[in-house]
Ligand binder design. Structure first.
Ligand code: GDP
Ligand code: MN
Length: 388
């Protein structure tokens, strides 16, 4: 789960990570009053579940309350498209006003779970700020990765190594050390998978100050992070992905493509993507119903898939292990009839009661194409879509 910047700041303040003074507003009038109260130059920032806001026009330095009010008027209720969102963008409902900090140097700093190392690592660069993606691509040597003991955290010698590489002046090393220790404590205790500070700046007095923050919490820790999960903002999430999550389904919308893919298991999902692409088509999405699926789940999965207007064909690729293929077939038929779905459905199904399942599908009025195996499914997709 993603947190907003203002929520991340609040959470980290409990760990003594102190950001410049800030306040959130959700109307232009509120923003005007906040800036007036601050009585200083400010930065006004759109609160969305995405980075790259600066480049997308979601961050503005404002000299007066009037400037800020106008910016808020232009943004609140609108969608912002960044290099990290899909082409629909995400809605701006809140803005964060912060006091302006003088920047002498911008650093990138994050702690993430590295799947190769199977533990946390720190990523840092002396060239933080809005160009970090470009740096990662053009000069990856400027980004350093520090592996440390997950129990002991970063040792003082590692911190010295990092501060040397980042060019942090001697007098600021203590502040940097405290910041990193506090961030790591927060990372552990909040079950984060990412805490990113970009930029972490040195101001004109060489104070170490975090200016932006992004936190991602491990979805599987909701049971012990209840208070953090109360911060979830569903308006920032893809509504279909949220609906799927509520039914314990994993739905991922993809940007191009016209084949809706209903699968069970992540490995089968990936093979299905490959086969779809091999057929000359592209997946519009994929929906993983999991291993122990039942009829109601299948029906909901079907409804979610076909609600995507880009879907022109369905590819159902399921392995009925614990689940039963006959129940899956019944679910598909009932949901298709309910949604008056008449487009071609290619079905590749194996496992428990597959023969009964095929009979149910064949006896229905749906536009069903039964595939004997995944390769055959690709051929059927090619022919029904007229690719060959
Ligand atoms: P992002 O683009 O979504 O990562 O949003 P940020 O909060 O990181 O803001 C984008 C950029 O605005 C930063 O990289 C800074 O260069 C600039 N910025 C943000 N806050 C301040 C500030 O207090 N002072 C100055 N001078 N620049 C700021
Ligand atoms: Mn940033």
């Amino acid at each position: 789960m993603n947190l907003h910047e203002y929520q991340s700041r609040d959470l980290l303040s409990k760990y003594n990570v102190i950001f410049p003074k800030g306040e959130v507003g959700s109307s232009s009038e509120e923003i005007y009053q906040i800036v007036k109260k601050f009585n200083s130059e400010v930065v006004v920032k759109a609160q969305i579940h995405s980075g790259g806001r600066g480049k997308a026009g979601g961050v503005k330095l404002c000299k007066t309350p009037e400037d800020a009010k106008k910016f808020a008027d232009d943004l609140i209720g609108k969608k912002i498209v960044t290099n990290q969102t899909d082409s629909d963008g995400v809605i701006v409902e809140k803005l964060l006003v912060t006091e302006l900090t003088q920047i002498n140097k911008e650093i990138y700093l994050s702690i993430i779970i590295d799947p190769d190392i199977e533990g946390p690592v720190m990523i840092a660069s002396s060239e933080g700020g809005m160009e970090i993606e470009k740096i990662a691509e053009d000069s990856p040597e400027k980004i350093i990765k520090i592996v440390f003991d997950p129990v002991l955290g970063l040792k003082p010698y590692q911190i010295r190594q990092i501060t040397n590489l980042l060019g942090i002046p001697k007098k600021s090393v203590g502040q940097f050390y405290n910041l990193v220790s506090n961030l790591y404590k927060a990372f552990l205790e909040t079950d984060s998978t990412l805490i990113e500070i970009n930029p972490l700046v040195l101001d004109e007095k060489e104070n170490v100050i975090p200016l932006d923050c992004k936190i991602n919490i491990d979805d599987d820790t909701q049971f012990r992070q209840k208070s953090i999960f109360e911060l979830r903002d569903k308006n920032q999430e893809n509504p279909m992905e949220t609906r799927a999550k509520d039914f314990d389904l994993a739905y991922v919308k993809l940007d191009k493509g016209n084949v809706g893919c209903l699968v069970n298991g992540a490995g089968l999902a990936m093979a299905t993507m490959d086969v779809t692409t091999k057929s000359g088509c592209f997946p519009a999405n994929f929906l993983d119903v999991g291993g122990s699926t039942d009829k109601d789940k299948i029906k909901e999965a079907f409804r979610i898939l076909v609600s995507d207007e880009k879907v022109e064909y369905l590819l159902i690729n399921l392995f009925a292990g614990i689940a039963r293929a006959d129940l899956i077939a019944e679910g598909v038929v009932e949901a298709a009839e309910e949604t008056s779905f008449s487009l071609p459905i290619i079905v590749c199904m194996r496992g428990t009661n597959a023969d009964i399942g095929f009979k149910i599908l064949n006896d229905s009025s749906l536009n069903i194409h039964i595939a004997e195996n995944l390769g055959h499914a690709a051929e059927l997709l090619t022919s029904v879509s007229g690719r060959k």
